[in-house]
Design a protein around this ligand. Structure first.
Ligand code: NAI
Length: 483
C-alpha cells in the first residue's frame, strides 16, 4: 500500500514551497508536487527574472545618464541581450536550485508531474514514468495563476508576448507596444525603455495603475515615464493586430478614435486569472467562486475537509509574499497551532521608476472604512541627504493617520528604495503604531530611512527639513521642500 503523507502541497511557488518547508519543520511527512519548475512563476518567469532585468536596465541608464555630472566619461556602451538573458537565467537557476536544496534538506519528497484530484484524500500525478497515486491527510493547493488574453490578442510568444515571452527575448525590440498599464506592463516598459526600446503603453482606463496605488504616487511615475520617452495613451482599448511587412500593426480605440501603432513585438499584460479550471476540484468537493478563486475561510480551509488553498488561487492580492505568509500559517494550522490569517496589511511594491510601495489604506480607503478625521503628511526625497547623494530625489513618503489618536493607517512611498523602506511601515501598521512612535524612533543618518521619521513628523506638523505651514484643522499639513 502506498504511503499516506501528513501534508501534500501542490505547486512549488512562494506559497507552496514555503508551506512544504514549514510543514516538514513541524515534523509532518510532506510531499510537494510540481509540474514545471521549482519556485513557480515567481522564481522562474516572474518576480525574480523581472527584477534582474530591471537591475540591468537601471545599470545601463545610470552609465548613460548619471555618470557625466560625477565626472565620468562613458564611451559607447556595447550591450549583448543574449548575455543579459544568460545572466538573468543564472539568477533564476540559483534561486530555483536553492529551493530544491531547502526542500531536500528538510526531507520533503519532491514529485515532478501534473496533479489531478481523484477524491478529497488522493491525487493522481502524471509523472515522466507514468501515473502515480499520492494519498495525504491534508492537501495544500498552491497552483497559482496565469496571464489572461483579450479578444483580438492571444499570446503566441513570437509576435504577441506575455510577461514570460518578454523576459526571454534575445533582442531588444525596436518598437514595443504594451497593452495594459498595470503592474507587469509598467515594470517591463520601464526596463525595456532603459535597454533601448521605443515603448508605447495602451491603457484602457483613465489612469495608469488605477486602483492599484496612491494616485499621487502614480503621478510621479507617469511624469518620469514621459521624461524617459515612454508614450502612454489612456482610455486606449487595444482591438486587433496584424503583420505589416516585417513588423506588426496594432489597432486601438483611443479616446473614441481608431489609431494604429507600429510594433516589432506586442506585450499583453491585462491581468492574471487563477488556475482553478484545472485539477478536477469538483471531484474533491472544492468550491470555486464566480471570479475563479477557490473559496477559503480565514484559516485557508476550502469547502472540502483536509484541503487548503493559498496564494493567487485563493484570492487577491495576487502577491508572492501574501502566498508565503499563508503557506506558513496553513502548515501551522494543520499542526494544530491555532493560527488564523489576521494580517492588517499586505504591503505592495511596483518596481517602476521610481518604485512605488504601500502598506495600509489610501485616503479613499480610509474614508470608505469610516475614518472621517484624517491627518495626511508628506516628506519629499529631495530634502533627504542620502537621496540627494544618490541622485534619486524624485518622490516622497506620504503618511495617513487617524486624527483622533494619530494611529498610522497608511503609508505610500514613491521614490528610491521604496521597496525596502515599506517594511518599516508594514511593521508599524501591524503593531498599531502611532505617528509619534515613528517620529520618536532614532533613524540613522544619512539614510533614506530618515524619510520615514520625517514623514511622521511632517504629518504631526513639525518636520525639520521642510518648511511647514501650521497644521490646518482636519490635519492636512502644508509641507514644502526646503530649497
Ligand atoms: P494588472 O491587473 O496589474 O493590470 C492590467 C491593466 O490592463 C489594467 O490597468 C487594465 O485597465 C488594463 N487593460 C485591461 N484590458 C485592456 C485592453 N483591452 N486594452 C488596454 N488595457 C487594458 O495586471 P498585470 O500587469 O498583468 O499583473 C497581474 C498581477 O500580477 C498583478 O495584479 C499583481 O498582483 C501581480 N504582479 C505583482 C508584481 C509585484 O508585486 N511587483 C509584479 C507583477 C505582477
Amino acid at each position: 500500500m502506498s504511503e499516506v503523507y501528513d501534508v501534500c502541497v501542490i505547486g512549488s511557488g512562494p506559497g507552496g514551497y514555503v508551506a512544504a518547508i514549514r510543514s516538514a519543520q513541524l515534523g509532518m511527512k510532506t510531499a510537494i508536487i510540481e509540474r514545471e519548475w521549482l519556485g513557480g512563476v515567481c522564481l522562474n518567469v516572474g518576480c525574480i527574472p523581472s527584477k534582474a532585468m530591471i537591475t540591468a536596465g537601471h545599470f545601463l541608464h545610470k552609465m548613460q545618464h548619471d555618470g557625466k555630472s560625477m565626472g565620468f566619461t562613458v564611451g559607447k556602451i556595447d550591450f549583448d541581450m543574449k548575455q543579459l538573458k544568460t545572466w538573468k537565467q543564472s539568477v533564476c537557476d540559483k534561486m530555483s536550485g536553492g529551493v530544491s536544496q531547502l526542500l531536500k534538506g528538510n526531507k520533503v519528497d519532491i514529485i515532478m508531474g501534473v496533479a489531478d484530484f481523484k477524491n478529497s484524500g488522493e491525487i493522481t500525478v502524471q509523472t515522466k514514468e507514468g501515473p502515480k497515486a499520492v494519498k495525504a491527510k491534508n492537501f495544500i493547493v498552491a497552483t497559482g495563476s496565469r496571464p489572461i488574453d483579450i479578444p483580438g490578442f492571444q499570446a503566441d510568444e513570437t509576435d504577441v508576448l506575455s510577461s514570460t515571452g518578454a523576459l526571454d527575448l534575445e533582442e531588444v525590440p525596436k518598437n514595443l507596444v504594451v497593452i495594459g498599464g498595470g503592474y507587469i506592463g509598467l515594470e517591463i516598459s520601464s526596463y525595456m525603455k532603459n535597454l533601448g526600446a521605443e515603448v508605447v503603453v495602451l491603457e484602457a482606463s483613465d489612469a495608469l495603475l488605477k486602483g492599484m496605488a496612491d494616485p499621487e504616487c502614480v503621478q510621479v511615475v507617469a511624469r518620469k515615464l514621459k521624461k524617459n520617452g515612454v508614450t502612454v495613451h489612456l482610455n486606449a482599448f487595444a482591438k486587433s493586430w496584424k503583420k505589416s511587412g516585417k513588423s506588426l500593426e496594432v489597432t486601438a480605440e483611443v479616446k473614441g478614435k481608431m489609431e494604429t501603432f507600429k510594433a516589432d513585438k506586442v506585450l499583453l499584460t491585462v491581468g492574471r486569472k487563477p488556475n482553478s479550471d484545472e485539477m478536477n476540484f469538483k471531484a474533491a468537493g472544492v468550491k470555486v467562486d464566480s471570479k475563479g478563486f477557490i473559496e477559503v475561510n480565514p484559516q485557508r480551509k476550502t469547502s472540502a475537509p483536509g484541503i487548503y488553498a493559498i496564494g493567487d488561487i485563493a484570492g487577491q492580492p495576487m502577491l508572492a509574499h501574501k502566498a508565503s505568509h499563508e503557506g506558513v500559517m496553513v502548515a501551522e494550522v494543520i499542526a494544530c497551532q491555532n493560527r488564523v490569517y489576521d494580517a492588517k496589511t499586505v504591503p505592495a511594491v511596483i518596481f517602476v521608476d521610481p518604485e512605488i510601495a504601500s502598506a495600509g489604506m489610501t485616503e479613499e480607503e480610509c474614508k470608505a472604512a469610516g475614518y472621517t478625521d484624517l491627518k495626511v503628511g508628506k516628506f519629499p526625497f529631495g530634502a533627504n541627504g542620502r537621496a540627494v547623494s544618490m541622485m534619486h530625489t524624485d518622490g516622497f513618503v506620504k503618511m495617513i493617520a487617524d486624527a483622533n489618536n494619530n494611529v498610522l493607517l497608511g503609508v505610500h512611498i514613491v521614490g528610491p528604495e521604496a521597496s525596502n523602506l515599506i517594511s518599516e511601515a508594514a511593521l508599524a501598521i501591524e503593531m498599531g503604531a502611532t505617528l509619534e512612535d515613528l517620529a520618536l524612533t532614532i533613524h540613522p543618518h544619512p539614510t533614506l530611512g530618515e524619510t520615514m521619521m520625517e514623514a511622521a513628523e511632517a504629518t504631526l506638523g513639525h518636520a525639520i527639513h521642510i518648511i511647514q505651514k501650521p497644521l490646518a484643522k482636519g490635519g492636512k499639513s502644508g509641507a514644502s521642500a526646503r530649497a
